[in-house]
Design a protein around this ligand. Sequence first.
Ligand SMILES: Nc1nc2c(c(=O)[nH]1)N[C@H]1C(S)=C(S)[C@@H](COP(=O)(O)O)O[C@H]1N2
Ligand SMILES: [Mo]
Length: 332
Amino acid sequence: MLIRTGRDGFQHPIASEITPRAVYEDRRRLLKWMATGVAGAGLATWAQREALAQQVQRPGKNAAMTVVRSTIPGGVTMEKLTEYKDAASYNNFYEFGTDKADPAQNAHTLKTTPWTVEVEGMVKKPGKIGLEDLVKLSAQEERIYRLRCVEGWSMVVPWVGYSMSHLINRVEPLGSAKFVEFVTLADKATMPYVGSRVLDWPYVEGLRMDEAMHPLTLLTFGMYGEVLPKQNGAPVRLVVPWKYGFKSGKSIVKIRFTDQMPKTAWNKAAANEYGFYSNVNPNVDHPRWSQATERRIGEDGLFAKKRKTLMFNGYEAQVGQLYAGMDLKKNY
Ligand SMILES: Nc1nc2c(c(=O)[nH]1)N[C@H]1C(S)=C(S)[C@@H](COP(=O)(O)O)O[C@H]1N2
Ligand SMILES: [Mo]
């Protein structure tokens, strides 16, 4: 569901849209909820999503993909994995629509071959890297990360890729580079919502250099041992597990090294809601809702206890030091 904030006709989803799915996961609660008579539209939406989840296509393996469990600290959470069908059918990828079911339905038009990623800006070795070369640049690992969306849902996914630092070291940024900007594909011909006013395209994200160099920051080519499905950001995306999901840009085409803090898509759309850092922080409320708890996709029901959201999404031991001395209420 979308609401208008009034400013520039900008729209985005409200937190309650995650409710119906969570409720219906438990049959008894579903019946109770239906008895209250408010289930209506939500039930239809949920039923559609569930049908979609059952039909989700798996892209299969890729010869170049190795799946060796990561041994880096924080690289593998032991929590129960989110089911593939849920991780691949409940997505945010606004280029393909603003409903969680839209990407799985619409992203088939995305053309992922050939694909090149351009490296530019303050770097000794700029240039274009074809996807095949990018995939082979370093050994790939399976990292099992939690990912938490700002709207309140989270999931646990086995991602496949390698630390972004391997690519950064290869292209040799200049000492003056302080940030890395990630620019993603904005192709009107294949992405139906590019051109809509919901965001200023292309979708851009950014990290401070030390964040981009942190070993947990994953340049990601696959999930569940297979190539990324298009709706999850094929053929290459970022996964930054201690930050809200929107920092993990999908379908990356350009990586720019810069001394200026990148102007990110969500920050441009609503600066008071989405700061540059966007570290998962249960102590800082989103202006329109609390960030203290979350629901795991495919798990908790509405009336069951929600999970407490952890500082840095549970990765504080690994990344807390990056923010020593920073006021994380100001730098939200
Ligand atoms: N290009 C692009 N990348 C994007 C987005 C997007 O709309 N466009 N959405 C972000 C948000 S808000 C989230 S929560 C994650 C969702 O990733 P998932 O669909 O694999 O769960 O992707 C992020 N990356
Ligand atoms: Mo998100």
